[in-house]
Design a protein around this ligand. Structure first.
Ligand code: DOR
Ligand code: ZN
Length: 348
C-alpha cells in the first residue's frame, strides 16, 4: 500500500498550553486533526466554565488564518468543584469532559483531587445526570508505591470501585500503559468505559528511558513500562476493539526544562503522532484497523459525528526535524531526527 486515506482523525487527549507555547504548537495538531480534547492543567488550572471559554478563545486566536480545528474543552476537577459547575459546563456547549488528576500525580496536578469518593461524589453524580465523561489520569500518588505499579493499583483501588458505584458514568482511562489496564478496559461495558493510547506507549518501552544514557525526551507520565505491556497495548488497539482510541498526550515542555536536573514529564508528539500510529499498525499488519482507531472510535464514544473531511498518508520517507524553535525556546519532538515512512498529505 502506498497511500492510506483516512477520515480526518481527532486527538482525544492533547496539551496545548497557553501563551507562546500555544502559538508554537497549535498548528501541528490542527494540520492533522479535526478536533482535540484539550487538557486543563494550565497554571492556574481551568476549573470553571468561564475559564474554559476564555481558553478556547485564545486557542482560536492562536490558530493560523483559515485553519479549521475545533478545541473540545475540559474542566479540571478539584475537591471543591460544585455540581452546578457541571450543569453550567454542559449548557455552555464547549465543554466535553472533566479531567481527574489525583493531586500530585503529574505536571500541574497540585490542585487535583485528594479524596475522590469523600469529596467528589456529588459532582460525579451530576456528571452521570449530564452524560459528561470523566477523563482519568490513572495513577495512585502514594510515594511509597513503586512508580511502575501506580497504574495497576489505581485500577484496583479507585477505578474499579468507581465504576461499580457509578456504572452509568462515562469514563476514559487516559494514556494506558499496562497489560492490566488493557484487560480492565476490555472487561468494561463498551460505550461506557474506554481508553486513549499514546504513540509512545505503543512504540517505546522502559529501556527507551536509558538507551545509551538518560533520555529525558522519552520521559512522560505514566512512565513507560516493560515490553510485555507495550505488546499488550499494541494487540489491543490493532484488534479493532472500539474501546480504544487515539489520544496523543502530546505534552510540550521547553527543551531546557526537559534536559534538566529535575526534568519535566511529557513527550511532544503532535507533529509526528499520525505517522507513528501508522507505523504501529503497519508493523502489526493491521493497517485496515487504523482508521477506526484514529477517526471512528473516539467520536462514537463521545456521541459526536465523525469528521466529514479526509486526510491522506503517503508512503514517502521524511525526516523528523531535530527541533522546533519558537520565541522563547525550543521543543524536541518525539523521534527527533529519525526517518518515518508515512507522510500526512497536509504536510506536503
Ligand atoms: O507526561 C505527562 N505530561 N503526563 C501527564 O500526565 C501530564 C503531561 C504534561 O502536562 O506535561
Ligand atoms: Zn496528558
Amino acid at each position: 500500500m502506498e497511500e492510506i486515506s483516512l477520515v480526518r482523525p481527532d486527538d482525544w487527549h492533547l496539551h496545548l498550553r497557553d501563551g507562546d507555547v500555544l502559538e508554537a504548537v497549535v498548528s501541528h495538531s490542527a494540520e492533522h486533526f479535526g478536533r482535540a480534547i484539550v487538557m486543563p492543567n494550565l497554571k492556574p488550572p481551568v476549573t470553571t466554565t468561564a475559564a474554559a471559554v476564555a481558553y478556547q478563545n485564545s486557542i482560536f486566536k492562536a490558530l493560523p488564518k483559515d485553519t479549521v480545528f475545533t478545541p473540545l474543552m475540559t474542566l479540571y476537577l478539584t475537591d471543591n468543584t460544585h455540581p452546578d459547575e457541571i450543569k453550567l459546563a454542559k449548557r455552555s456547549g464547549v465543554i466535553y469532559a472533566v479531567k481527574l488528576y489525583p493531586a500530585g500525580a503529574t505536571t500541574n496536578s497540585q490542585d487535583g483531587v485528594t479524596d475522590l469518593f469523600g469529596k467528589c461524589l456529588p459532582v460525579l453524580e451530576e456528571m452521570v445526570e449530564q452524560n459528561m465523561p470523566l477523563l482519568v489520569h490513572g495513577e495512585v500518588t502514594d510515594p511509597e508505591v513503586d512508580i511502575f505499579d501506580r497504574e495497576k493499583i489505581f485500577i484496583d483501588t479507585i477505578l474499579r470501585p468507581l465504576i461499580q458505584k457509578l456504572p452509568k458514568l462515562k469514563v476514559v482511562m487516559e494514556h494506558i500503559t499496562t497489560q492490566d489496564a488493557v484487560r480492565f478496559i476490555e472487561s468494561c461495558e463498551e460505550g461506557t468505559v474506554a481508553a486513549t493510547v499514546t504513540p509512545q506507549h505503543l512504540l517505546l518501552n522502559r529501556n527507551s528511558l536509558f538507551q545509551g544514557g538518560l533520555q529525558p525526551h522519552n520521559y512522560c507520565l505514566p512512565v513507560l513500562k516493560r515490553e510485555i505491556h507495550r505488546q499488550a497495548i499494541v494487540s489491543a488497539v490493532t484488534s479493532g476493539n472500539k474501546r480504544f482510541f487515539l489520544g496523543t498526550d502530546s505534552a510540550p515542555h521547553e527543551r531546557k526544562r526537559k534536559e534538566s536536573s529535575c526534568g519535566c514529564a511529557g513527550i511532544y508528539s503532535a507533529p509526528v503522532a499520525l505517522s507513528l500510529y501508522a507505523k504501529v499498525f503497519e508493523e502489526a499488519d493491521a493497517l485496515d484497523k487504523l482508521e477506526a482507531f484514529t477517526s471512528f472510535n473516539g467520536p462514537d464514544f463521545y456521541g459526536l459525528p465523525r469528521n466529514s473531511s479526509k486526510i491522506k498518508l503517503i508512503r514517502s520517507p521524511w525526516k523528523v526535524p531535530e527541533s522546533y524553535t519558537y520565541a522563547f525556546g525550543e521543543l524536541i519532538p518525539m523521534f527527533t531526527g529519525q526517518t518515518l515512512e508515512w507522510l500526512p498529505s497536509s504536510s506536503i
